[in-house]
Design a binder for this molecule. Structure first.
Ligand code: FES
Length: 117
């Protein structure tokens, strides 16, 4: 049986408000460890990544919910500055070019975003 974990309620937790994209960090309890997640909202599209830089495995952000570069367009790792495409997680610049953030399967059901494993 597939285990389903609740991530957030996007309408409440990632409100669209004039920004091109909205990015927030969340944690889910997998029953033994806390999994750090990044959720990207682009209009009605929601993408979930594991919050782990492919360069060293650290979380991307130093501050809560601070994932975007100064232009507010790309995801940026705070440690060495790698830049990632928020649509697919591909590293575009930095020490892990050619690698990508790990995208996780998720689904929206009755306004709640769930992580599936
Ligand atoms: S740890 Fe992310 S770029 Fe080095």
């Amino acid at each position: 049986m597939t285990k389903v974990l609740r991530i957030c309620e996007p309408a409440r937790d990632l409100p669209v408000g004039g920004e091109e994209i909205v990015v927030r960090g969340f944690q889910v309890d997998t029953g033994g460890e806390m999994l750090e997640l990044i959720v990207v909202r682009h209009g009605n599209d929601l993408t979930v990544f594991k919050n782990a830089c492919p360069h060293t495995g650290v979380v991307l952000n130093w501050l809560p919910d601070q994932f975007l570069d100064v232009e507010g367009v790309l995801l940026q790792c705070a440690t060495h500055g790698a830049l990632f495409d928020p649509r697919n997680g591909n590293c575009l610049r930095g020490p892990c070019v050619g690698q990508a953030l790990h995208r996780l399967p998720a689904r929206l059901e009755e306004g709640v975003l769930y992580l599936e494993d």
